[in-house]
Design a protein around this ligand. Structure first.
Ligand code: PHE
Length: 347
């Protein structure tokens, strides 16, 4: 075989093997074998010295053509392999859109939020609208305008977190109850009749115990109109208790004292846990207190802009955590804001 024949043979053989190359690593190996520094074509080209002088240019030219042709074929194959590999990768990593999704853990509403929403819908049935008042309140709204002047001993009922303010005349505090909202609604709505509930967090500077937190929710209620009486208050409370706790629930009203209501009452229901027989939760009385309430004091009506000679109203305020405490037998109020998932997940 002449060097020319050998060159053609190497050329054809390289093309055949190139066609069989299936991936980029085999392709690189092929390139080294054929066109690399020690590749078959390169070595064959170097053999030109063995030829008689006059044949050398023709051989050299043919060797260059072969090199060129193989480079071109290599580039084409490289491109094709790149595409094939891309396709394979895409297929391997493809998303099957028909697979069912992985479930998310979205959490759920806090027990207090659930109670609040239940309360809203019960009072909505009786025509009460939800009104929100601020957590940071003026001293005047929390106390003075509610008939609790600075010297009044009843201020002791609410140990207060004071907020540092700039204005010594208008002292700020964290509301100790939702009652200041009464004043805000009255001043905003006067002289319209009012029927609102005021949910909100309250704050008291108190020792935290199993029965008392320094922050808790209250739900305030206020109705102002021309013919409102204590009976309306008791009727509303009874209706509430039946819808919230169940139809066979007993109610009891006790005389009490709040500076902003006259007369003032406290409302009890039969203990949720023992049903009235007496247990640790109800301190063996069979009753649990659910709300403070009363007829809006004339001074308060006046401060709200309503003439007590023409208007009357009732107000109530109850704790939102307390009812679920007894309803679910939770024995420690600190659980509500302790953020322990083992507790929260139960509701
Ligand atoms: N604000 C009172 C408290 O925090 C409850 C209350 C509200 C009493 C409305 C009477 C009328 O104890």
């Amino acid at each position: 075989m002449t060097l020319f024949d050998e060159l053609e043979h190497i050329y054809q053989d390289a093309l055949t093997r190139l066609a069989a190359v299936a991936d980029s690593s085999a392709l690189e190996a092929w390139y080294a074998d054929a066109l690399g520094r020690k590749g078959a074509v390169t070595l064959q080209t170097r053999a030109v010295g063995q030829l008689p002088k006059e044949e050398r240019p023709a051989f050299g030219q043919r060797a260059n053509e072969v090199k060129q042709a193989l480079e071109t074929a290599y580039a084409a194959r490289a491109e094709a392999i790149k595409q094939e590999e891309l396709l394979r990768d895409l297929e391997a990593g493809a998303v099957d859109v028909t697979l069912p999704g992985r479930p998310l853990a979205p959490g759920h509403l806090h027990l207090t939020t659930q109670s609040l929403r239940q309360l809203y819908s019960i009072f909505a049935l009786m025509g009460f609208e939800v009104y929100e008042a601020p957590d940071v309140e003026l001293e005047a709204y929390n106390f003075d305008l509610l008939n609790i002047p600075e010297y009044h001993p009843a201020r002791d009922m609410w140990d207060t977190f004071w907020v540092k303010g700039l204005d010594a005349e208008a002292r700020l505090l964290l509301r100790t109850h939702t009652s200041p909202g009464q004043m805000r609604v009255m001043r905003e709505r006067c002289p319209e009749p009012i029927r609102v509930i005021l949910p909100g967090k309250c704050y008291r500077y108190e020792q935290i115990t199993a029965r008392a937190e320094h922050q808790f929710y209250q739900l305030e209620g206020l109705a102002v109109g021309h013919t409102i009486t204590l009976t309306d208050l008791i009727g509303t409370a009874t209706q509430f208790a039946r819808l919230f706790y169940g139809p066979d629930r007993q109610m009891r009203v006790r005389s009490s004292y709040f500076p902003f209501t006259e007369p003032s009452i406290e409302i009890d229901t039969t203990c949720t846990l023992c049903g009235g027989k007496g247990c640790r939760i109800c301190k063996y009385t069979g009753w649990i207190e659910i709300a403070g309430a009363g007829m809006v004091h004339p001074v308060v009506l006046q401060n709200g802009g309503y003439d007590p000679a023409e208007w009357s109203g009732f107000a109530f305020g109850f704790g939102v955590e307390r009812p679920s405490l007894t309803k679910y037998g939770v024995n420690d109020i600190r659980m509500f804001y302790g953020n322990d998932l083992r507790f929260l997940r139960q509701f």
